[in-house]
Every structure is written in structure tokens, then in C-alpha cells.
Design a protein around this ligand. Structure first.
Ligand code: SF4
Ligand code: SF4
Ligand code: SF4
Length: 295
């Protein structure tokens, strides 16, 4: 439980961070955490940016009992050092109308395989089910974004302009009475797919963009695009490979974002692409709705 125990300013006390993948906690678990906070701590909790609950002002002498009680509550002591820390996710397609993927289930699967693994650098993983990126995935060591590419039914469009109104990126225009997509502006959010009143915009399939090497903090960095894949199984495969690559090659004492060039990220990207089956890569370039995907 080393990583989830944080010594406080007054070193007599520590804060205990819990493991709560995707930040989803049941009412019974909430009551259990409240009981632990009342029994051992300062009768309050703190909600963290990594979607966990931490319990402040715990006495070091109570650690074994606290760890036991939290484990029985299915909210065990978490992780915060150079490890794979709490995996965060937006509500995804359980609740959000913009979602393209099931971000919560994916977070739980990643947590089950990788949580707490000791690493040379801290690995934060964040999942957003659409490019709105509510959980800032591109500012994490590993980011996952649910995307959705639009394809218009060939030869079919009334030119009504509804999709133009819905696209916040101004990626669709009406030309000669039909919709035309500018692929350079499209962020693959999928909103237009759901907007066409005649159901003429189809999805080419939801997929997952995976980025590596982002960070928040003093000098924020945007993660680099690694690969886009079509299935959660491939996401798990790729994320495990990223973690293994970082474990083998990264140096401790510096954030992953500072080491990306030395770690030869471009070479690693080629290795990953070779590893994921071709039919599970989401790499087809977007069309402009003309030619093969439109009039
Ligand atoms: S990232 Fe997208 S799907 Fe997730 S909560 Fe935000 S808007 Fe909804
Ligand atoms: S998928 Fe592309 S074209 Fe469609 S609404 Fe989103 S940004 Fe616009
Ligand atoms: S694709 Fe659908 S919503 Fe867009 S202009 Fe054509 S008919 Fe209208």
C-alpha cells in the first residue's frame, strides 16, 4: 500500500488515497469510506483530480486496520507514486449523449490488468468517450479518446444543412446542393452521424485513439498520437505494450513526456502498428463525402 499513503505536513499523520477505477463508487462503498474516515481520520474526505477519494489525517499506527477495512469495502488503498495510478474515465455511453465508447468498462478492464504496477515514472491513464475530452486524456501519460468517423450514403443527400448546423468544427458545407466534408477540420466526434434527419450519415465504426506522453502540471504537454484501434481488446493490448515499453526503457526521476524522443517513440509506434491486426486498426483516411462515400 506504499503508493496510496501520503505523509502529511505534520508527519505524524498521513492521507490515504483509495483505488476507485473511473471514479465510480456505490452508495454502500461511500458509506464504508465515511465509516473509515470517521473511525480513524478527521471525519472528512477529499475528492481528487484522479477521481479517487482520499481520507486525510490518519494515524500511521492504524494503517494495517485501515487497509483491511478499505479492502473489505472494495475501495482498497490506492496508488500515487511511480506506478500505474487510478484510471479515470468520463461517464461514456452509460449516460452521455456525445459518447462513442463505453469508457467506464474500459477503465475497469485496464485497472484490473495494470493498476499499481511499479514503474520508473508515474503512469496516468485517462479515457474520454468523445473528442470533447472532459477528462483531458491528451494531458496524461496514456490517453484514450472515443471517436466516430462520418460517411455519407453514396449518392444520397437532400442538402438540408442539418449536419452543417450540428458540426461545431465547420467541417461540413453544402456545395452544389449536397453535403461535403473537409477532413482536415473534422475531429471525428460523430455528432453529425446522429444529426441527419434522413439517416444518410453513417458511422464507419466507433474507435479508440490512443496517445502517449502527455502531462499536466507546470509545463503541460499534449500526448502524441500512437494508433487508433477498433476494439477494446486492441486497446488493452496496446496499453499493456506501452506500459511494458516504458517499464523497460524509461529512466526514473523524469516525467515520461520529457523522455519521448530518447525512448524513440517513432520506432515504438511502428512496432505497435505492426502488432495490431490490420483489420483492427482504424486508419482509413476520412473521405470528403464525394467519390466513394458520396456523390
Ligand atoms: S468526453 Fe464526451 S462522452 Fe465523455 S462526458 Fe465529455 S462530452 Fe460526454
Ligand atoms: S464528426 Fe466531423 S464532421 Fe461530424 S460533427 Fe464531428 S467534427 Fe463535424
Ligand atoms: S447529410 Fe443529411 S443532414 Fe446533411 S445535408 Fe445531407 S440530408 Fe441534410
Amino acid at each position: 500500500m506504499k503508493g496510496g499513503v501520503i505523509t502529511e505536513l505534520d508527519s505524524e499523520y498521513c492521507t490515504i488515497r483509495t483505488r476507485i477505477p473511473a471514479g465510480v463508487v456505490s452508495c454502500d462503498q461511500l458509506k464504508g469510506i465515511a465509516t473509515v474516515a470517521g473511525r480513524y481520520g478527521a471525519e472528512s474526505v477529499h475528492l481528487t483530480t484522479r477521481q479517487t477519494i482520499e481520507i486525510p489525517h490518519m494515524n500511521h499506527t492504524d494503517l494495517d486496520a485501515i487497509a483491511r477495512d478499505l479492502a473489505l469495502n472494495n475501495t482498497p488503498v490506492g496508488s500515487e507514486r511511480d506506478e500505474v495510478v487510478n484510471v479515470i474515465a468520463c461517464p461514456g455511453n452509460e449516460r452521455c449523449i456525445f459518447a462513442n465508447i463505453d469508457s467506464i468498462s474500459l477503465a475497469r478492464s485496464i485497472d484490473a490488468r495494470l493498476f499499481g504496477r511499479e514503474m520508473p515514472v508515474k503512469i496516468r491513464i485517462s479515457i474520454s468517450a468523445c473528442p470533447n475530452a472532459c477528462t483531458s486524456p491528451l494531458l496524461n501519460e496514456i490517453g484514450i479518446v472515443g471517436q466516430n468517423r462520418p460517411i455519407r450514403v453514396p449518392g444520397m443527400c437532400t442538402g438540408c444543412g442539418t449536419c452543417v448546423e450540428y458540426c461545431k468544427e465547420e467541417a461540413i458545407t453544402i456545395k452544389r446542393g449536397i453535403s461535403v466534408l473537409d477532413p482536415s477540420r473534422c475531429v471525428e466526434c460523430g455528432t453529425c452521424v446522429r444529426s441527419c434527419p434522413y439517416d444518410l450519415l453513417k458511422s464507419s465504426g466507433e474507435h479508440y485513439l490512443i496517445t502517449v506522453g502527455g502531462r499536466r502540471g507546470r509545463h503541460p504537454r499534449i500526448g502524441r498520437e500512437l494508433i487508433a484501434v477498433k476494439s477494446p481488446e486492441s486497446v488493452l493490448l496496446v496499453v499493456e505494450k506501452v506500459v511494458a515499453w516504458v517499464y523497460r526503457r524509461a529512466w526514473s526521476g523524469r516525467l515520461l513526456s520529457d523522455q519521448m524522443d530518447e525512448l524513440q517513440f517513432e520506432t515504438f509506434r511502428d512496432e505497435i502498428r505492426a502488432l495490431v491486426p490490420e483489420n483492427d486498426r482504424a486508419e482509413e483516411p476520412l473521405g470528403d463525402f464525394s467519390g466513394g462515400s458520396g456523390i
